[in-house]
Design a protein around this ligand. Structure first.
Ligand code: F6R
Length: 615
């Protein structure tokens, strides 16, 4: 959610940090700030609003050899300059930027007030700035020990909650300290300069050599070296990794928004996700990183999927597909519920998390809980080196490229494609025949071109969006495999256009939601041919009878009576396993164009952040 960039080295701290902050802008934030070391003191500038506000406040003076900076997404206290980071201790010794939540900050504040420290903000972070200053003032100068580092360590042992921090001290102009617990922090290693960031994208303009910190680790950086220990002073052997980052992937090019770009990138992101993942005989999928043998997978009696938001919708698609093609019972849980629910799990359960960012705190905590209980954990994840990728026993990288738009689009379709491939793989280990396997592989290989076909209807969908953008309520209805897509359609519309939207299994409408139907509440039906099609038509009739407008996203082979449907968007006929992907595209475009019509910023919807690293 919030972003951190810290720098030590050459006389360009402010410019490097501003560049880094701009690269984090997509994550969602409400204010930003930086502190640099200048002439024996810590100088801090903070602004509400966009990074451009901070940039113009910084002006021409882009130097400094040491600094920390931050984009904030408010958790404690309003969006004000006083609450923006960095926070400085009341004796002006320590400046800190922080992601996460310090749960015991009130107790700390009481203690520190008693010791004469004062507070200027409503944040939890300021308590930690003062606590470090307190320990720093108390810490004796001991030979062989670094007083600044010791005071950070000592303070962190008192923190309950989560943190990714970068800290500087006015007496130590050649030292930068970082630490993490539950909130990502990455060290970037340059030549004569080193960096800290909460996201690898904020480092790659300077270096591609990185070290991912683990929980409860502290890094001490100088311009030419670094040292990692734990909070309790144990040595840690750093693993330096090379990140493979295509900078053009994070640029807009000819598109007007990242959301538009990412919708149109889907043929490529799907191709990238399936590349090299089919068997030579074309009858099954192959995954290099599951770290589970076919024998071990045959011993799996149940699969539990964990995720949040859009990724949770992908899990629902996985449930339908794995139960249908592999006949393995699947359960899907919101990660945030699972972590506190203590659900009884069968011992042969495989736990699968889906997360685009790989940093969502609830998904991570749920996975850790499953691991603690001894379950094998796997993940479908789009961020190489993310915490979830590192902590699971194995997994599947999406290779969808960075997703910058806050509303997930290409990551979602890539996740459901990989779920389809997992269903195929597990099915082929069990009862799915060679012939049925080859049909699925063909359908998957045909998918990118079929998505290109659907994308050609962009203008038609834009015209429909213009007609419907003024409504304030909307229902999304679908059955079976289309139900998760209905949920996702409703989520997409509400998050970027602020229209109230709900997704339901179409037949469920009669049990309550039908009360909402009127001329002021259109419904988007997702219909495919097959045995359930006639039932969907009956549901459409129920809506029309109550004067509700109907937009139908339908597969090419559905025969729809003209008098029932107000708008139709067709997708090509395809194997049912890829239907959820094709049907997602019009739903994304519809929400996108409606949001634009309403003047909304589709890439940075209000109140939302790209990666939710707080509970
Ligand atoms: C909605 C959206 C969110 C995320 C959710 C989980 O468009 O993007 O609902 O899907 O916050 O995020 P990840 O997949 O990063 O764990």
């Amino acid at each position: 959610m919030c972003g951190i960039v810290g720098y030590i080295g050459k006389d360009r701290a402010a410019s490097v940090m501003l560049d880094g902050l701009k690269r984090l802008e997509y994550r969602g934030y409400d204010s930003s700030g930086m502190a640099t070391y200048r002439d024996g003191a810590l100088q801090s500038i903070r602004r509400t609003g966009r990074v451009a506000e901070l940039e113009s406040a910084v002006g021409e003076d882009l130097g400094g050899e040491l600094g920390i900076s931050h984009t904030r997404w408010a958790t404690h206290g309003d969006v004000t300059e006083a609450n923006a980071h960095p926070h400085t201790s009341s004796d002006d010794t320590i400046a800190i930027v922080h992601n996460g939540v310090i749960e015991n900050h009130l107790g700390m504040k009481n203690f520190l007030t008693g010791k004469g420290y004062t507070f200027k903000s409503d944040t939890d972070t300021e308590a930690l700035a003062n606590l470090i200053a307190y320990h720093y003032a108390k810490e004796p100068e001991t030979k062989g020990k670094n007083r600044f580092l010791e005071s950070v360590r000592k303070s962190l042992t008192h923190v309950e909650g989560t943190f990714g921090i970068a800290v500087i001290c006015k007496d130590n102009p050649d030292e930068l300290i970082g630490a993490r617990r539950g909130s990502p922090l990455i060290v970037g290693l340059g030549k004569g300069e080193n960096l800290l960031a909460s996201d690898v994208s904020a480092l790659t303009h300077c270096t591609t050599n990185v070290v991912y910190l683990n929980d409860n680790e502290v890094v001490h950086l100088r311009p030419d070296d670094f040292n990692i220990t734990t909070i309790t002073s144990a040595n840690v052997e750093a693993v330096i990794q090379q990140v493979d980052w295509d900078t053009s992937a994070a640029e807009l090019g000819d598109y007007t928004s990242f959301m538009e770009k990412e919708i149109f990138e889907q043929p490529a992101s799907l191709e990238n996700g399936m590349r090299g993942r089919f068997s030579d005989d074309g009858s099954t999928a192959l995954f290099g990183g599951l770290n589970l043998s076919p024998q071990e997978l045959l011993g799996v009696d149940r699969i539990l999927f964990l995720a949040c938001g859009t990724a949770w919708h992908a899990c629902l698609v996985a449930e339908y597909l794995i139960e249908r093609f592999a006949r393995i019972p699947v359960e899907v849980e919101y990660a945030s519920e699972f972590r506190y629910r203590n659900a009884p799990l069968d011992k042969n359960t495989l736990v699968f998390a889906i997360s685009q960012s790989g940093e969502t705190i609830d998904t991570l905590a749920a996975l850790r809980e499953a691991k603690r209980k001894g379950f094998r954990t796997l993940a479908i994840n789009n961020s190489v080196g993310s915490t979830i990728a590192r902590e699971t026993d194995g997994g599947i990288y999406q290779h969808a490229g960075p997703e910058i738009g806050v509303a997930s689009t290409k990551a979602f379709t890539s996740q459901i494609m990989l779920c389809a491939m997992v269903a195929l793989y597990l099915g082929r280990l069990r009862d799915l025949s060679f012939t049925d396997g080859t049909k699925i592989v063909k359908a998957l290989k045909a998918l990118p071109d079929q998505v290109r076909e659907v994308l050609k209807q962009n203008e038609k969908i834009e015209a429909i969006a213009k007609k419907y953008a003024h409504y304030e309520d909307c229902l999304f209805l679908g059955r079976q495999l289309m139900f998760p897509i209905a949920l996702e359609g409703a989520l997409k519309l509400k998050e970027i256009s602020y229209i109230h939207a709900e997704g339901y299994p179409a037949a469920e409408m009669k049990h309550g939601p039908i009360a909402l139907i009127s001329k002021d509440c259109p419904s988007v039906f997702l219909t495919t041919s097959g045995e359930i099609f006639k039932k969907s038509l009956a549901n459409i009739q129920e809506v029309k009878a109550r004067k509700g407008a109907v937009i139908c996203v339908a597969s090419a082979d559905c025969e729809l009576p003209d008098d029932l449907i107000d708008e139709v968007i067709r997708v090509p006929e395809c194997h049912e396993i890829v239907q959820p992907i094709l049907m997602s595209i019009p739903v994304q475009l519809l929400s996108y164009h409606i949001a634009l019509q309403r003047g909304c910023d589709v890439d940075k919807p209000r109140n939302l952040a790209k990666s939710v690293t707080v509970e």
